[in-house]
Design a binder for this molecule. Structure first.
Ligand SMILES: Nc1ncnc2c1ncn2[C@@H]1O[C@H](COP(=O)(O)OP(=O)(O)O)[C@@H](O)[C@H]1O
Ligand SMILES: O=C(CO)[C@@H](O)[C@H](O)COP(=O)(O)O
Length: 503
């Protein structure tokens, strides 16, 4: 099965950084740690930013906590997963120029639309390319200093190893990458360069591309000092959080569909060929095993439930459990209350400027349990809308493995099973992205004894599903089908452009 020794997997998410230590021989997760953070507050509407130092500090805290329980000398590899698409702008000395614009930043919608026209295909808002153009247009003094473009996990790898690299999975979320050919797309790079009136080619800003079983490097002296690790520990390529999550949930072979309820909601599966959506709604990403990862991403998932929970002061794990119990007592459909969950705008459907709406309020509707359930239902119905698109593209979604923070909620698991009309199974390790990074680290280094490209074998051996599966309940499936039709009609009605017939 796996090799010997322990690996660390780190996942730099939007709401926090999570880490774990994996015993490669037994598959046991020995210790977990996490550190949470938020977005920078007070920015212009649509802007979603974090300073990379926030990720660095959280990663330091997480690694330090992990190493309280295990001897650093036993660590044979480390792998880093990160939120996709974030634009980390670096100057010639490798210093961060300004905070990173994140995957959920919709302030660059104009630039995304302009690039879509130039590229001749839809560039979803949130992809890195539009953020680079935004910098050139809005902060020319920062753009003039731009010497390197990294993605969040690349930047943490850089802090560990002193080397800048990118790999195909995360690179396919830049909008500057041809996932079919697994290389940067020269036409897109040229078009972006022209629009930026760039003094240098955009290609020069990008680091070398490495393969999925290559090492990003080894922990260097600075990295060792920063993180308390031993110098020389191999650092695997790492990848986007969805690519790492695919490994950590066993979606390294066809037929396993994964849904993730994190800040974003995603649904993805392994494919042996690229699956290209002509409308560009389902992303044709590369995965981190040499295959592909057709992926649906919606921008509104746990951010919406968190908004309701915190608005009513249901703090901490106890508060979450209490508001969930109250939501369980509310009937399906929330007595007519519908939550259009677009607090962050939306990528699928393509409504970057949409806002959230609460519809159908009556006296008594503004109760925490009602609104929390409405948030669970609204986010799930929205995700199901995108899943229909996946099914139409020939991706069967018959059973689902559920990961991410929201997977901890039995109520959400039931709602999703009913809304998707598919059995939903949680995994023994819900932090699938951190687990996937740790598994990849076990396959990419010389000291583990595992051959490169053994990711599928190791993932299939180590990933365990939870004992119970949540089955869809036929009556609820039928009810949610009706609610889904009404939900979509309301979304189109509420978000219709001014002057259109349904406005
Ligand atoms: N039992 C639960 N019920 C509902 N939501 C939960 C539960 N446990 C965790 N979460 C949600 O999961 C979120 C974190 O999800 P995570 O996948 O770690 O996000 P990210 O990777 O985007 O930072 C929390 O903010 C919380 O809203
Ligand atoms: O943009 C995407 C995928 O295309 C998101 O899935 C990000 O990768 C953020 O992930 P989380 O922080 O929600 O895990």
């Amino acid at each position: 099965m796996g090799g010997q020794g322990l690996t660390i997997g780190i996942d730099v998410g939007t709401q926090g950084t999570k880490g774990l230590v994996l015993n490669l021989a037994s598959g046991e997760v020995l210790v977990r740690a996490s550190a949470s953070y938020g977005l920078i507050e007070g920015l212009a509407p649509g802007a979603a930013e974090q300073h990379p130092d926030t990720w660095l500090k959280a990663t330091q805290v997480v690694v330090a906590r992990l190493l309280e329980s295990v001897d650093p000398g036993r660590i044979v590899g480390i792998g880093v997963s990160g939120q996709q698409h974030g634009f980390v702008p670096l100057d010639a000395r490798g210093e961060v120029i300004r905070p990173a614009k994140l995957w959920c930043d919709t302030a660059t919608t104009v630039e995304a639309r302009e690039l879509s026209e130039r590229f001749g295909h839809h560039l979803p808002v949130g992809y890195t390319a539009s953020k680079i153009l935004w910098l050139a247009r809005h902060e020319p003094e920062h753009f003039a200093r731009l010497a390197h473009v990294l993605l969040p996990h690349d930047w943490i790898n850089f802090q560990l190893t002193g080397r800048m690299t990118m790999e195909a999975g995360d690179a396919s979320g830049t909008g500057l990458f041809d996932p079919r050919e697994r290389r940067f797309a020269s036409q897109a790079l040229e078009a972006l360069g022209e629009l930026c009136e760039s003094r240098s080619s955009i290609a020069d800003l990008l680091p070398p591309l490495i393969g999925p079983s290559d090492l990003a490097g080894e922990v260097d002296r600075r990295g060792a000092r920063t993180f308390g690790l031993e110098p020389g520990v191999p650092v695997s390529a790492g990848g986007g959080d969805n690519m790492m999550s695919a490994i950590g949930s066993g979606a390294t072979r066809p037929g396993i569909v994964v849904a993730s309820l994190g800040t974003s909601g995603t649904v993805f599966t392994h494919a042996t060929e690229p699956i290209v959506d002509p409308e560009g709604l389902i992303a044709p990403f590369c995965d981190s095993t040499g295959g592909w990862l057709p992926l649906l991403c919606v921008m509104n998932a746990t951010g919406v439930t968190e908004e309701v929970r915190t608005a009513f002061g249901y703090d901490g794990a106890e508060g979450l459990a209490r508001i969930t119990r109250e939501a369980e007592r509310v009937p399906i459909g929330c007595d007519g209350v519908t939550f259009l969950p677009y607090l962050a705008g939306e990528r699928v459907p393509d409504l970057p400027h949409a806002r959230g709406s609460l519809l159908g309020l009556r006296p008594g509707s503004l109760r925490p349990g009602v609104l929390f359930r409405a948030a669970l239902e609204g986010t799930s119905l929205n995700l199901a809308w995108g899943v229909e698109r996946m099914r139409a593209l020939g991706v069967p979604v018959d059973t689902v493995r559920l990961v991410g923070g929201g997977a901890n909620s039995p109520l959400w698991r039931q709602i999703l099973a009913d809304v998707l009309d598919a059995p939903v199974t949680a995994l023994a390790e819900p932090e699938s992205a951190a687990l996937g990074a740790a598994i990849q680290a076990g396959c990419s280094n010389d000291r583990s004894g595992t051959a490169p490209n053994g990711v599928d074998a190791l993932a299939s051996a180590l990933v365990r599903v939870a004992d119970a599966t949540t089955e869809p309940a036929p009556a609820s499936v039928a009810r949610y089908r009706e609610l889904g039709v009404a939900f979509r009609a309301r979304v189109l009605e509420v978000n219709a452009p001014p002057g259109s017939p349904s406005a």
